[in-house]
Write a protein that binds this ligand. Sequence first.
Ligand code: 5GP
Ligand code: ZN
Length: 114
Amino acid sequence: MENCLFCKIVKKEIKADLVYEDDIVTAFRDLNPQAPVHVLVVPKKHIATLNDLEENDKALAGHMLFAAKKIAQKEGIAEGGYRTVFNVNRDAGQAVFHIHLHVLGGRVFSWPPG
Ligand code: 5GP
Ligand code: ZN
């Protein structure tokens, strides 16, 4: 996608603080972190929202979760706990329309979320 911010980060046309990368996903630190650890796991394939996920993207979605687990371990938040979030569309406040899994940790989170 030409004008997609996260596609540009994936292609390294825009700089980001990368924490993990493989052939399916790129993960980098959020520019405006909401916790001491705040990483975004982004598939290299452009998918606008979770609503656009298709049958043949199921392995990709699982891969994103597995990457989140590895990142949590690497960042030292696995044992204490962390939160994973997909914001979808307006009511959830999705701002970037290329799916991304937020991985947040290093502090205590409240529930229910705001
Ligand atoms: P959303 O609200 O769409 O779930 O989350 C988008 C996230 O992307 C926000 O947490 C925001 O801080 C982050 N973000 C927006 N622009 C950039 C950027 O250029 N670089 C990085 N690293 N994060 C960004
Ligand atoms: Zn994109």
